[in-house]
Design a protein around this ligand. Sequence first.
Ligand code: UDX
Length: 437
Amino acid sequence: MRISVFGCGYLGAVHAACMTQLGHEVVGIDVIPDHVAALARGEAPFFEPGLPEILAEGLASGRLTFTTDATSAADATVHFVCVGTPQKRGENAADLAYVHSAIDALLPILKAGDVVVGKSTVPVGTAESLAERIAEVHPDVELIWNPEFLREGFAVEDTLRPDRFVYGHADTEAGRAAAGQLDEVYAVALASGTPKIVADLATAQLVKVAANSFLATKISFINAMAELCEATGADVTLLADAIGHDNRIGRRFLNAGVGFGGGCLPKDIRAFMARAGELGVDQALTFLREVDSINMRRRVRMVDLAREVCGGSIVGRRVAVLGAAFKPNSDDVRDSPALSVAAQMQLQGAQVTVTDPEAIDNAAKKWPELSFAASVDDAVRGAEVVLLLTEWSEYVALDPVALRGQVASPRIIDGRNCLEPAVWRDAGWTYRALGRP
Ligand code: UDX
């Protein structure tokens, strides 16, 4: 099939490359010329395992192209909308400007029988208004809402082998025919038995924000338990193991620490609350305000713990921060808990040096006031306290004996509960963690 993908940021670039892996001919369209030029050279504009390889394969096959020219999408029949919906500046609501621009670009080139597929995360109700805009000009073009659940770091795997498909469309003959075209796009994954939930537009839009809200709530729940553990001398990691054995609860997404960040969970729960307010059902989501506050409190607690470990003051103290990305296997620093903690400590007078295997360039652009080091060795040299804030596998595997020789004081705070306390204490370190005695 011939497919177009509007928006070649995180979601769109991965989606375009993966669709060529499924055998389709794909044109990726973006408004940023440098971005398009990099993708056309096979350079992924962000770190994502597996993406450079499938970009290269797609470009070499001639079935994957990137351009700024939206008219190149004219001979495609299925058009994916993969643009970003960032948080509006100073507000909780989502900014839909890019979604509307994508529809503006599509309207002149759509033809009878085409299908527009929305993948962006949008406030419920957006798809209905986009469908109306399209129908005014092209009554014979259908819109399907088909949310994306990919995780950064596993984006290729999650796109090629998702754990479910969700289709939202009109319950009409034309709507069902459009869904049939989307089935053809995903034929390989559907043949392997991936479940498909067919719903109306509103449900499909809600599924995405409901899933992200649930995940955020799970993380904040365990972080709230960490606060209780800190007040009582209990251990949140054992607590999580114990409750996680109940398969109604499950152990995944119960890792207590400095909390969630990134380009999705924080902005999605805020936009969801804003939308609930517009719909007059804000009370239904007031708990998400608490989810957000618990999450932000963990960052403050981390700074307080560092102060306590340093004997009551961090002013002038040399602090090494391991991790800048919001999570491992990513160079994404959007709303990164690690950088937020580093910046707060710097602001309060500490001398902070941050390192990360992939995210230093992005971090330095966003936080120029912080110091960065290319390696753990350079970051920890002379440090009076080490903060592990992103659980990259190389940090989890650090040798406490070797590291001890490089720091000024062997004190570590494990902000992700990913180290073995006994191993570090046996090597002479003061080991502290969030939610553990
Ligand atoms: C998330 C959703 O998982 C994905 O389905 C959706 O499509 C986009 O948003 P992502 O932002 O890539 O994906 O990150 P995710 O792996 O969900 O982690 C989010 C944050 O939660 C990270 O900062 C991570 O460190 C934190 N986290 C995760 C915890 O603090 N504890 C956990 O147990 C799990």
